[in-house]
Design a protein around this ligand. Structure first.
Ligand code: GLV
Ligand code: MN
Ligand code: MN
Length: 401
């Protein structure tokens, strides 16, 4: 085993138990929960072990600095939070790879001419409060801090309350121009989340535009055994119609549409529901297609709701425009890594948010099954190590020359 293989095996195992649900085998690493605090402590410890200075910025993002914090910094990293029952690699692989790539550089005596940082962005998945990439959106000023503070989780707890309970200060959240000004380049390493990469490591060309919408359907609760079908105002019916319409609209347009989360009130087997909320995720190769698909789904929801005397409201919860990563930086990254296959992705990343403000590129590590956002997500250790080595070569090229 090489030193990097050993270190990867050791540090990966140390992360494995945090926030893992024994029954599903998946991760429940939600923003500002106990699991998140353990992950933040793990990050601070990784920095401490390497003599790196660790800081939490005003938006809850973590930064570990190799050398003094300063302008022209080469930053790598990703996120540590997860979707419900998420896999081990989505996010953490990029954070740990940053630390292990720095170990590689130090081992071969490479010394940075510019500051280098490993970053961990807060609440990338938005699993708890609904909006994805909260930390990087706040940092770059595309999420209003008041709106962020008021976001509520499924139990009605606001983000501000959750941060305070975790010892953070929500009042400080705001766009962070000094932090952005320090970044000369950002390179995020991430597991690939489909089956599009047939080599150990690849480079991302861009990210499809995508967003989240909430469908609120309001009808009337009633008895399942005594309410004639004609007398019902059942919101489950327009919900079902809308799910099918989403599938059809996306299929016709070459887009993707998913209803992965639903809340039913009162959620009783023998009651016609009074309310159904469904969360819709739509992604498309371009923004015109995305807009058209969402409009078609919204129209289907309205028509079906009217037919069943149900009230409907569709509201946007988060939106990310399409991203093309920085060509010059991506060419340099690919060359430093010895030449890489290039591919786009439909998955969202903090790199996509940062790319609006700083030169950004992404490395992908092969996903042999293509499964992600699932406990079954997997990458071969050998591919992860190849990714770490590629990231090491990239950091050396960008920071040490
Ligand atoms: C994040 O992983 C997303 O693509 O939603
Ligand atoms: Mn994810
Ligand atoms: Mn991710």
């Amino acid at each position: 085993m090489t030193r990097t293989q050993e270190r990867f095996a050791r540090d990966w195992a140390a992360l494995a138990g945090i926030g893992r649900d024994e029954a599903s085998g998946g991760y429940r690493r939600y923003a500002w929960t106990g699991a998140d605090l353990q992950l933040r402590a793990w990050f601070a410890d990784q920095a401490r072990q390497r003599g790196m200075t660790c800081e939490q910025d005003r938006n809850g993002n973590l930064w570990a600095w190799w050398g003094d914090r300063g302008p022209g910094a080469v930053v790598t990293g990703s996120h540590l939070d997860s979707v419900p029952d998420g896999g081990a690699y989505d996010g953490p692989l990029g954070v740990l790879s940053g630390f292990l790539a720095i170990d590689e550089l130090r081992e071969r005596g490479a010394w940075p001419a510019r500051p280098v940082a490993v970053a961990c962005f807060a609440d990338e998945e938005g699993a708890r409060f609904g909006v994805a990439c909260v930390g990087s959106r706040l940092l770059t000023g595309v999420l209003d801090p008041d709106a962020a503070r008021g976001l509520r989780d499924g139990d009605g707890v606001t983000l501000a309350e959750a941060m305070r309970a975790a010892g953070a200060n929500p009042a400080a959240m705001s766009a962070d121009e000094p932090a952005l000004d320090r970044i000369g380049a950002f390179v995020e390493l991430h597991i690939e989340q489909g089956r599009a990469l047939d080599a150990p490591v690849g480079i991302a060309t861009g990210i499809w535009p995508h967003g989240r919408w909430r469908l609120r359907l309001r009808g009337e609760a009633n008895h399942a055994g005594t309410t004639w079908l004609a007398d019902r105002r059942d919101p489950m019916l327009p919900y079902a119609t809308t799910v099918l319409a989403a599938r059809e609209a996306a299929g016709r347009a070459g887009a993707l549409a998913t209803f992965g989360k639903i809340a039913v009130v009162p959620n009783g087997t023998n009651a016609v529901p009074s309310a159904v909320d469904g969360w819709l995720d739509v992604r498309a190769p371009d923004e015109a297609t995305l807009t058209a698909v969402v409009a078609e789904i919204t129209a289907a929801a309205s028509a079906s709701a009217a037919a069943h005397q149900v009230d409907v409201e569709v509201s946007g919860e988060s939106y990310t425009p399409g991203v093309s990563f920085d060509h010059a930086l991506s060419d340099r990254v690919a060359a430093a890594a010895g030449g890489l296959p290039a591919l786009p992705t439909g998955a969202g990343h903090d790199a996509g948010i940062l790319s609006a403000r700083v030169p950004t590129a992404m490395l992908f590590v092969r996903n042999p099954t293509g499964v992600s956002h699932s406990p079954a997500e997997f990458a071969e250790a050998a591919d992860c190590v190849t990714g770490i080595q590629a990231l090491g070569a990239v950091l050396e090229e960008l920071a040490c020359r």
